[in-house]
Design a protein around this ligand. Structure first.
Ligand code: F0G
Length: 411
């Protein structure tokens, strides 16, 4: 296993990696895993990683897990990077890609974090795993807990989880608790319960989740033949994934496996944008949004636990965060579906919506190499999709009725 430390992002205090920990014992800030990059680079080369197929575990020498051969895996990662020719033409840009994380086994990027996080749960001897979730984390954790034969309890905001995600958590056998409150309240409860009841938390405050999710950035560089994109657009909810991508790009660059790092544009929904407002108001402290609301329920979060990590990451990249409206999100969702054949859930269209807005406002060079991360599959939220489309027309089972409907085509 690669040498690593679990360090506080603020005061640098080192924590025992053999004990579950999510916050610094001296100052309460977030923790992160710091791997020995030189060692990881040497081990990746020696292991012949460049010959392996794309997957999270392609990069096992850079993932702080005792024994990767024991990983709890259902074949996550290795998701498509789609060159968007029709969108390029429509938007008059020259180099646009979508990284479609909806193609992961449970339909979202969470699987990258869970394969590592749940493997770590086993390594630490934990028998119960838990999370708070707007839907995808619970779906993914439920699946990996099933594969690992662990008990799993998930807390979700009542009535605000898309139908597909709820079906997944229930079908995989998790204990699903619907909270009469929002995600932020559910997460607070989970953090308290975990300590009292000895459960392992697999929200993105868990540093090992981030270690899995960073592999998406490695993968993008590999898919671009060893270079980083110039810009990365990514939706921001709790702020874990954007921080994970930045960690991945930085590490891959310092291991000399790619050149350069992208500027990161974090995109939030207008009704749930506490991080974007820090940028627009030039503030250094987070002011939580009390009642976050957006059609993109995955990112309906008012008090993001990872705000410090993600704000630091976005700033270090030279980027910033901004907002899109629900209408802009739904428009981008339709664009992806109708021009590229990619069906994202609303949050999975927020990045493209952000890019389209930047183009409108002339904030981006049209020849830049741009990757928009599409974080979750559209089948997760069929209700929102159906509500935007014309209903199927019902006809009699006759050729006459068919040709009347199709305007005489084929006659
Ligand atoms: N996109 C999708 C589809 C998500 O499910 C989430 C987060 C995000 C983007 C934002 O990622 O929180 O790391 O900034 N979903 C979590 C959940 C909160 O519970 O499923 P983030």
């Amino acid at each position: 296993m690669v040498s690593f430390e679990i360090l506080c992002i603020e005061c640098g205090t080192s924590h025992d990696p053999s004990r579950p920990a999510y916050a610094c014992s001296s100052c309460g800030n977030l923790l992160e895993a710091r791997i020995d990059e030189a060692e990881a680079a040497a081990d990746l080369a020696e292991g012949g990683h460049s010959e392996r197929p794309l997957s999270v575990w392609k990069y096992r020498e850079a993932i702080p897990i005792e024994d990767a051969t024991q990983a709890v895996t259902i074949a996550e990662g290795g998701t498509p990077m789609v060159r968007c020719r029709r969108l390029e033409e429509e938007l008059e840009v020259h180099n646009l890609w979508i990284k479609f994380e909806g193609a992961n086994p449970t339909g979202s990027f969470k699987d990258r974090g869970m394969t590592v996080g749940v493997t770590k749960a086993i390594e630490l001897g934990m028998s119960v795993v838990t999370c708070a979730s707007t839907g995808n984390t619970s779906a993914s954790l439920a699946a990996y807990a099933a594969a690992a034969n662990l008990d799993c309890a998930v807390l979700i905001p009542e009535g605000k989880v898309a139908m597909g995600k709820l079906a997944q958590a229930m079908m995989h056998g998790a204990d699903v608790l619907s909270i009469k409150g929002n995600f932020d309240q559910a997460l607070e409860m989970v953090m308290t319960a975990a300590e009292e009841l000895g459960m392992y938390v697999l929200n993105s405050v868990n540093p090992f989740r981030i270690e899995g999710q960073k592999t998406a950035a490695y993968e993008i560089c590999d898919q671009l033949n060893g270079v980083s994109p110039e810009r990365l657009y990514i939706p921001v909810g709790n702020g874990g994934n954007s921080a994970a991508y930045w960690k991945g790009f930085r590490e891959y660059d310092s291991m000399d496996l790619t050149s350069g790092c992208p500027l990161i544009r974090g995109i939030q929904a207008e009704g749930a944008a506490p991080i974007a407002s820090m940028f627009s108001e030039d503030r250094s402290e987070l002011i939580p949004v009390e009642d976050p609301e957006t059609v993109a329920t995955a990112i309906r979060i008012g008090n993001p636990a990872n705000w410090k990590k993600t704000v630091a990451a976005i700033k270090e990249s030279g980027g910033s965060a901004s907002t899109v409206t629900d209408e802009e999100i739904l428009e981008a969702q339709k664009f992806m579906a109708r021009l590229e054949g990619i069906f994202p859930e609303p949050a999975g269209a927020a990045a493209l919506a952000g890019f389209m807005k930047d183009l409108d406002e002339e904030l981006v060079d049209r020849s830049s190499v741009v990757v928009c991360v599409s974080t979750g599959h559209g089948l997760k939220d069929p209700d929102t999709a159906i509500a935007q489309c014309a209903k199927p027309r019902v006809i009699e089972p006759t050729m006459e009725a068919l040709s009347r409907m199709l305007g005489g085509a084929g006659e």
